[in-house]
Design a protein around this ligand. Structure first.
Ligand code: ADP
Length: 188
């Protein structure tokens, strides 16, 4: 079983790479950002709550995010494993994920951090904003706020997984195929 945390700042290519990894390894892709956007699209109470945070470029509170993730895990059992994309984004979320997996007799097997420098991230996200329809990709201030949130709250999650020997950094710049091959080397 592979339980991969695909890690890295906004715009580092997690969602794009997740699609290829899913097709090669038969994993279930869980993106908390996509789950929130689905809830927003359906005008659910959860979506309404998440939207104000997302539009401001800050993290949605842990209890909301962790509850949603647990529901998704329960509704999508997969013996091959999962790709977690955009989760965990805080130490509390990492601890919750560790417990959820442990109670299912498994654990995080890999964390792969995609490394891309900040100016390249901003360029990529503004470009994505031209077509994605995502309000948080249209505004440079919101984009930079998301990167600051990542540095302050999310980057410590990498250190959380160092003692379990699961964490690796790879270069996230290059063709989609080059980046995928670097990920593949870590998983194979
Ligand atoms: P990106 O990685 O490009 O910022 P995401 O779709 O992963 O895009 O996330 C968009 C927004 O959704 C985040 O800025 C945040 O507000 C919210 N979000 C997604 N995942 C989480 C999470 N695990 N914890 C808290 N907020 C989250």
């Amino acid at each position: 079983m592979i339980n991969l945390i695909l890690f890295g700042p906004p715009g580092s290519g997690k969602g794009t790479q997740a699609k290829t990894i899913v097709s090669k390894f038969g994993l279930t892709h869980i993106s908390t950002g996509d789950l929130f956007r689905y809830e927003i699209g359906n005008d659910t109470p959860l979506g309404l709550k998440a939207k104000e945070y997302m539009d401001a470029g800050v993290l949605v509170p842990d209890e909301v995010t962790i509850g949603m993730l647990e529901n998704k895990l329960n509704s999508t059992p997969n013996e091959n494993g999962y790709i977690f994309d955009g989760f965990p984004r805080t130490i509390a979320q990492a601890e919750a994920l560790d417990e959820l997996l442990q109670s299912r007799g498994t654990k995080v097997t890999h964390l792969i951090a995609l490394q891309v420098d900040e100016e390249e991230l901003v360029v990529r996200l503004l470009k994505r904003g031209e077509t994605s329809g995502r309000p948080d990709d249209r505004n440079e201030e919101v984009i930079r706020k998301r990167i600051v949130e990542y540095e302050n709250k999310t980057s410590p999650v990498y250190e959380h997984y160092i003692p379990t020997n699961t964490a690796a950094k790879i270069d996230g710049v290059g063709s989609l195929e080059d980046v995928f091959n670097r990920i593949y080397d870590q998983l194979a």
